[in-house]
Design a protein around this ligand. Structure first.
Ligand SMILES: C[S@@+](CC[C@H](N)C(=O)[O-])C[C@H]1O[C@@H](n2cnc3c(N)ncnc32)[C@H](O)[C@@H]1O
Length: 288
C-alpha cells in the first residue's frame, strides 16, 4: 500500500497533532486520558515476553528502539514498570498547576532518575516531535533520542552507530503515521548489529502488507498474532467511529464487538529474521 493510502486512512482518525510536540507531556496525557488511551498498557505484557526472548544472557542490557516514542511512554512502562494510569495521575498532579515546562522537566528528572530499571532495558526513542524527544532525554526516560522524520528524509549518518546495538524495535500507536519508508530507512542501521526483532501494535484499519514486504526484502518473516486484539482507545466521536467502521468494511473486515462498542483496537505483528522465526512460532514463544 502506498503512503498516500495511509494518509487517506489517517483522515478517518481524530487529529491529535497539537498534543504531540508540546514542551512537556501534560497536554498529551490530559487529552489521551479522556479517550482511555491504553495501547502502551495492553501491549506491555507482550513486549515483556519478547524482551525475555531477545535477551541473550541474564545480565545483558536489552536495547530497544521505540518508533513514534513521544515523550518516552513505552520507555516509562518498560524500564520502570509504570502503568498508563500512574502516568495519567503523575502528569495531572495538583503540584504541576501553573508550573512551566522547565519546572515540570526538573521535577520529572528527579522522579524518573530515582526509579529502578529492574529489567535492565535501554530505550532509544525516535519521533518527529523534537520537543517530546528533548523532554524524554532530559528526564532520563529515553537513553537517547532521535528527532527525525524518516518518511521525508533519510537516517542521519551520525545515527547509524547509535542504532547498531538494537535488539528489539517496538511501536504503539505509530504505524499509519509511519510507513514502510521509515522501516526502509532504519533497517540497514539496525541490521548492522544482530538483526533485531520488530514488534508493532497496529490499528486494524492500517494494512501491514507494505511494511511486511519491505521487511521480507531484508530476510524478515512477519507473523500476526491471530485471535487477539488490543485496546487502543475510545473513539473520539460518533463520526470517527462511523468512518473507522466504514473504512474497515471497505477493506473487507467485519468490525469486532469492541469496535462496535466504541473502541479502536490494534493487532500485534512480530517480524523476525527467517532463522529465528523458523525456530519457534509466535504463539509458542508467547506461551513460553
Ligand atoms: C499516538 S502517538 C503514540 C505515542 C506513543 N507510542 C504511545 O503509544 O503513547 C503517535 C506518535 O507518532 C509520532 N509521529 C507522527 N509522525 C511520525 C513520523 N513520521 N515519524 C516518527 N514519529 C511520528 C507523533 O509525533 C506521536 O508522538
Amino acid at each position: 500500500m502506498e503512503n498516500a493510502d495511509f494518509q487517506d486512512i489517517n483522515e478517518v482518525k481524530a487529529n491529535m497533532d497539537h498534543i504531540y510536540n508540546q514542551p512537556d507531556p501534560r497536554a498529551y496525557f490530559r487529552e489521551l486520558k479522556k479517550l482511555n488511551y491504553s495501547i502502551p498498557d495492553t501491549a506491555l505484557p507482550i513486549f515483556r515476553k519478547i524482551i525475555e526472548q531477545v535477551r541473550q544472557d541474564e545480565d545483558d542490557t536489552v536495547h530497544v528502539l521505540d518508533l513514534g516514542c513521544s515523550y518516552g511512554v513505552n520507555a516509562a512502562l518498560l524500564k520502570h514498570d509504570l502503568s498508563m494510569d500512574e502516568l495519567y495521575t503523575h502528569w495531572a498532579h495538583a503540584e504541576l498547576a501553573g508550573a512551566n515546562a522547565k519546572e515540570v522537566a526538573a521535577r520529572d528528572k528527579e522522579f524518573f532518575t530515582n526509579l529502578e530499571n529492574p529489567d535492565n532495558i535501554e530505550v532509544i526513542g525516535l519521533d518527529l516531535a523534537q520537543n517530546a524527544i528533548s523532554f524524554g532525554e532530559d528526564v532520563g526516560l529515553l537513553d537517547e533520542g532521535l528527532a527525525v522524520n524518516l518518511e521525508t528524509g533519510g537516517l542521519p549518518v551520525q545515527a547509524r552507530e547509535m542504532l547498531s546495538p538494537i535488539d528489539l524495535v517496538t511501536s504503539t500507536g505509530c504505524i499509519g503515521y509511519v510507513t514502510e519508508k521509515t522501516f526502509d530507512n532504519i533497517l540497514p542501521a539496525v541490521m548492522a548489529g544482530r538483526s533485531p526483532w520488530i514488534a508493532n501494535f497496529v490499528l486494524r484499519m492500517f494494512p501491514f502488507d507494505a511494511i511486511e514486504e519491505t521487511l521480507a526484502d531484508r530476510g524478515y518473516v512477519t507473523e500476526k498474532l491471530e485471535g487477539q486484539t488490543f485496546l487502543q482507545r475510545r473513539f473520539e466521536s460518533d463520526d470517527e467511529q462511523e468512518q473507522a467502521l466504514d473504512q474497515l468494511r471497505e477493506q473487507g473486515f467485519e468490525p469486532t464487538n469492541e469496535e462496535v462498542d466504541g473502541n479502536l483496537v490494534a493487532e500485534f505483528f512480530l517480524s523476525r529474521p527467517k532463522r529465528d522465526a523458523e525456530e519457534m512460532s509466535l504463539e509458542s514463544l508467547l506461551a513460553a
